[in-house]
Design a protein around this ligand. Structure first.
Ligand code: COI
Length: 361
C-alpha cells in the first residue's frame, strides 16, 4: 500500500522540554491515518499531527468499537531507533480487532507505517535512558449510524509521544488494593482485548483506590473474587522463593508483550516459572511464610514497576525494604538493555529502524 506523506512545515519540537517529560502529554509532529471503506483499507497517509473531525453519530462513540495498542521505540544511536516487538503488537491488535468485529490490518502496512513515521519524527525519540517514544496505534468505528450493529467504516491512526515513566513513583514501589465492589473482566467478555471500554470501566475503581491512598487496583477474578488477575495498567508477577509466578491468561487477562518478555528471560535465568491460577490468599500466606520475595508489574507503559504494598479485605502486606526490587531491577535492566540496544538480543525482539540519510540531512 502506498503511503502518502505530507510533512509539517512547522515542527513543534523546540517547544518540548525533554528534561521534564511526563507520560502521554505531548505528541510528535506527524501521525499516520487510514480509512476502512467498502471492505478495504484505503487513503493511507502520514500527515501533521492535529485535530480530526467526526460526526456525533459516529458509531464508536455510541457502542464502543474502539481498540488500541501501546508500544515503544527507543533511541539506539543517531541513526537507529529500536522498535520493541512490533510484530507481537500487530498480532495483538488484530486479535483485539477480531473480538470487536473490526477489520484486521496487514502486518506489512502496520510496519511500513511505523517505520515511515519514525523516520520522519526520529528527533522526538528521547535519548535519556528510561525515556522512550510511546506509540499509540488506535482504531475506531467511524460510520455515521446509530443502530447497535457492526460499523462498515473504520479509522486507524498511529500517534506517538515522547514519555518518561508511567507512574509518578518512577522506579519506586507502587501500592495496590483489591476491590470486592468492581470487576475488570469476566470470562467471555473483552478482558483479553485491548478494548477502550476495558479502561473506561476501570476508572471509577481506580479513583476510589487512589482516594484510599493506593496507586492502582489489583484485579481479582469476576466470579469468585479469589484469583489474582492483573493491575489494568500492567500484568502482575510474584517471586515466591525462586519461582516466578504470574496469573495464567485464560481470557480475562491482557496478554502483555512485556509479560511474555519477562517470562522468557526468567526461564533463561533458570528460574522456575509458573503461569497458573493464584489466589490472593496464597499471596498473603506466602508473605507470612517469608517466601514472598518480590512483587512487580510489567507493561509497555509501566515497564517493570516494583510493588511495595498490597491491601486486601482490611489486611496489608508491606514488603520489607530489602525485598523491594533486586529481581525487578535485574529484569528492568535486562529488558531496557535489549530495548536500547545495549545488550545482545538473542530473540530479535528489537526491530531497528534506520533513519535514512535523506531524512537526516
Ligand atoms: C500500555 O502499557 O501501553 C498501556 O496501554 C497501558 C495504558 C494504561 C497506558
Amino acid at each position: 500500500m502506498n503511503i502518502k506523506i505530507t510533512q509539517t512545515d512547522q515542527s513543534r519540537i523546540s517547544e518540548i522540554d525533554f528534561n521534564n517529560l511526563q507520560f502521554g502529554r505531548v505528541f510528535s509532529d506527524h501521525m499516520f491515518e487510514m480509512v476502512y471503506r467498502d471492505g478495504k483499507w484505503v487513503d493511507a497517509e502520514i500527515k501533521p499531527y492535529g485535530p480530526i473531525t467526526f460526526d456525533p453519530s459516529m458509531m464508536a462513540l455510541h457502542y464502543g468499537q474502539a481498540i488500541f495498542e501501546g508500544m515503544k521505540a527507543y533511541y539506539a544511536d543517531d541513526e537507529t531507533i529500536n522498535l520493541f516487538r512490533p510484530m507481537d503488537h500487530h498480532k495483538r491488535l488484530n486479535n483485539s480487532a477480531k473480538r470487536l468485529c473490526m477489520p484486521e490490518i496487514d502486518e506489512s502496512v502496520f510496519i511500513d507505517a511505523l517505520e515511515k513515521l519514525l523516520q520522519l519524527d526520529y528527533k522526538w525519540v528521547p535519548k535519556t535512558h528510561g525515556h522512550a517514544l510511546y506509540i499509540r496505534p488506535l482504531m475506531f468505528a467511524s460510520e455515521e449510524y446509530i443502530a447497535a450493529t457492526v460499523s462498515k467504516e473504520y479509522h486507524f491512526y498511529i500517534i506517538t509521544s515522547p514519555v518518561a515513566a508511567y507512574y509518578k513513583e518512577g522506579f519506586n514501589p507502587v501500592s495496590l488494593t483489591t476491590t470486592n465492589e468492581y470487576v475488570r473482566a469476566a470470562k467471555g467478555g473483552t478482558g483479553e482485548a485491548k478494548a477502550a471500554g476495558n479502561y473506561g470501566g476501570s476508572l471509577l475503581p481506580a479513583i476510589k483506590a487512589q482516594e484510599e491512598g493506593y496507586t492502582q487496583v489489583l484485579w481479582l477474578d469476576a466470579k469468585e473474587h479469589k484469583y489474582v488477575e492483573e493491575v489494568g495498567t500492567m500484568n502482575i508477577f510474584f517471586l515466591m522463593g525462586d519461582t516466578v509466578v504470574t496469573p495464567e491468561l485464560g481470557g480475562t487477562v491482557l496478554p502483555g508483550i512485556t509479560r511474555r518478555s519477562v517470562l522468557a528471560l526468567a526461564k533463561e535465568w533458570n528460574l522456575n516459572v509458573e503461569e497458573r491460577k493464584i489466589t490472593i490468599e496464597e499471596v498473603f500466606e506466602s508473605h507470612e511464610n517469608g517466601e514472598l520475595n518480590e512483587v512487580f508489574g510489567a507493561g509497555t507503559a509501566a515497564v517493570i514497576s516494583p510493588v511495595g504494598l498490597i491491601h486486601h479485605n482490611g489486611k496489608t502486606i508491606t514488603l520489607d525494604q530489602e525485598k523491594i526490587g533486586p529481581f525487578a531491577k535485574k529484569m528492568f535492566d535486562a529488558i531496557t538493555g535489549i530495548q536500547y540496544g545495549n545488550q545482545t538480543d538473542p530473540h530479535s525482539w528489537t526491530h531497528p529502524v534506520k533513519v535514512s540519510s535523506a531524512v537526516l540531512s
